[in-house]
Write a protein that binds this ligand. Structure first.
Ligand SMILES: [Zn+2]
Length: 211
């Protein structure tokens, strides 16, 4: 790599949208194109445990790409800073803690092209983790839409159902012993159950603060 090339900065592309909007499919498509262009690609996905292993990114339409399953966010920097790596893809980026922002920023400074995918809103319609920050610092944002399960219009939200009923605002992220299901929904068909009026108020207040 010449001195001129090594001083070039990289970029950040964020692919977001509700569940079933094709985020992983789009991430795989861009990473495959980079591989066809003979670029060195590092593919990572979030892992719920800290063991280091090779897994796959699998899109809902069955496309697969081998990926490093990362539990400790610092491993993305450790693997990505390698001078041979030109493109870094990260799936399920919303699950990483706040350190992901500085790690991505440093890799951009080092000239890497980062392509990350994740959902930006939780089932309540609230911004998730570091996604608002990543969307703000991105060079390119692709906000995908799914199809609403109920009415067939464009869906921008994820509906969570617990035992076939809309999840409650205060439901924990994992309900023990309940059957859970997720659907893509449009704003009109999306429902969140509020246990007490205070939850609704807190949510409205939160939304106002976002503006
Ligand atoms: Zn709908």
């Amino acid at each position: 790599m010449s001195a001129e090339n090594s001083s070039k900065k990289g970029s950040l592309e964020v692919i977001c949208g509700p569940m079933f909007s094709g985020k992983s499919e789009e991430l795989i498509r861009r990473l495959r194109r980079a591989q066809i262009a003979k670029q060195n690609v590092l593919t990572c996905k979030h892992s719920l445990d800290n063991r280091y292993m090779i897994e796959c990114i699998i899109s809902h339409d069955g496309k697969k790409l081998e990926a490093e399953a990362i539990g400790d966010v610092h491993d993305i920097f450790r693997l990505g800073k390698d001078s041979k790596i030109e493109v870094i893809g990260i799936d399920e980026v919303q699950w990483f803690d706040a350190t992901i922002v500085s790690i991505i920023s440093q890799l951009i400074e080092m000239g890497k092209r980062l392509i990350v995918a994740g959902y930006e809103l939780d089932f309540r319609g609230r911004p998730v983790g570091q996604m608002p920050v990543l969307l703000s610092i991105a060079d390119k944002v692709t906000k995908l839409q799914a199809i609403c399960t109920l009415c067939g219009k464009d869906a921008t939200l994820t509906q969570r159902l617990v035992n076939d009923k809309p999840a409650k605002f205060n439901d924990p992220d994992i309900v023990v012993g309940g059957s859970e299901q997720y659907q893509a929904r449009c704003r009109n068909c999306h429902h969140v159950e509020y246990e007490v009026e205070k939850d609704r108020y807190t949510f409205k207040e939160f939304k106002l603060k976002q503006i």
